[in-house]
Design a protein around this ligand. Structure first.
Ligand code: AMP
Ligand code: MG
Length: 323
């Protein structure tokens, strides 16, 4: 059921979380499916409801820096506080060596934990009301694009899940995930917080995870993600896209930053943007379109987080099932 984010409903949702249930939670990035980090039953339920492989760790969402530090190894508190002062609340997840108390259900048995303080008021109000952090991966079924509205969550996970309605997500792509060392930072997943912003704020070089070992450090990056049912094709040039568009007999979707001339009249044309991409991928499935063609010209190719998700939706650089 979709719940208005009233004080009463937030209180009720915190009761559900305490009792080992899960709740659909709005954040500024995408909707999450939240469980209390103190409930093994709730954490287990996340994996069941999503169909998530057990080897893919969960991001813990906190309402204060102190809560984040409790999850991290002592020697990493100062690193976390520094990052938090610069970027939290916000779309930045920090992977740091974990405290011994963190459940292996959260870390998937790794020695690290991923933490983030969301900006969304409803998310923070829920965590504060609960009195402890929540683990919350994206609230989609395996293989689906991440949800950016409460309706998407109900569509994927069914009417039995209660979802707090925080409106459409303002960012619309998952958080940037960074792995922190004492004075090193590696981007495991690009997001709204860019490498340039991180480099400038931290004052040292920030790496991109490209090696096999780096990617093994973040199991989620191994899986196929963000894919609608219909094929997604990325085109670099307008003429290439137009040629391809005219080869389909059935209606298709065309996503581009600027409006397109000369498309087949049956094509559904939509603007391409970070905040609406997942909603559009879902709409193409709902309309049972034959394909989604995306114009990825030079300007779009510079939008790293968007390109990362589009490439995965198009099926490149991915293995196995999605998250
Ligand atoms: P999701 O919450 O579904 O958007 O995915 C969470 C992402 O964070 C996945 O790519 C995970 O692999 C990554 N992640 C979570 N915890 C850790 C961790 N301890 N170490 C490395 N990556 C992590
Ligand atoms: Mg996910």
């Amino acid at each position: 059921m979709i719940l208005a984010p009233t004080t009463d409903n937030i209180t009720t949702c915190a009761v559900v979380l305490r009792a080992g249930g899960v709740i659909g939670m709005p954040t500024e990035t995408v909707y999450g499916i939240a469980a209390s980090i103190q409930s093994d039953e709730g954490l287990q339920r996340i994996f069941e409801v999503k169909g998530r492989p057990a080897d893919n760790p969960l991001i813990v969402h906190v309402a204060s820096v102190d809560e984040a530090c409790e999850l991290a190894a002592d020697e990493y508190h100062s690193v976390l506080r520094k990052i938090a002062a610069l970027f939290w609340p916000g779309a930045l997840t920090c992977v740091v060596p974990s405290a011994k108390t963190v459940s292996p259900r959260i870390t998937a048995g790794l020695s690290t934990v991923a933490v983030r303080m969301p900006q969304h008021n409803v998310a923070r109000a829920l965590i504060e009301e609960l009195g402890c952090p929540v683990a919350a991966p994206s609230a989609n079924r395996s293989g689906r694009p991440s949800p950016t509205t409460a309706q998407h969550v109900v569509h994927d996970l069914g009417p039995t899940i209660d979802v707090l309605d925080g409106g459409p997500c303002t960012i619309g792509l998952e958080s940037t995930v960074i792995q922190l060392g004492m004075d090193t930072c590696t981007i495991l997943r690009p997001g709204a917080v860019s490498r340039e912003q991180l480099t400038q704020a931290l004052g040292y070089a920030v790496d991109e995870a490209t090696s096999h070992d780096d990617l093994r450090a973040s199991p989620g990056t191994r899986y196929r993600h963000y894919a609608p049912t219909c094929p997604v094709v990325l085109c670099e040039h307008e003429d290439q896209l137009l040629r391809l568009a005219s080869s389909y007999r059935d209606p298709i979707m065309v996503l581009s930053e600027h409006p397109f001339q000369n498309l087949p009249h049956t094509a559904v044309a939509s603007p391409l943007s970070e905040s609406t991409i997942y909603a559009e991928l879902r709409r193409a499935d709902d309309l049972q379109l034959a394909a989604i063609l995306v114009l990825c010209d030079a300007a779009v190719q510079r939008r790293e987080a968007l390109m990362n998700r589009l490439s995965k939706a198009a099926g490149s650089g991915s293995h196995g099932v999605s998250q």
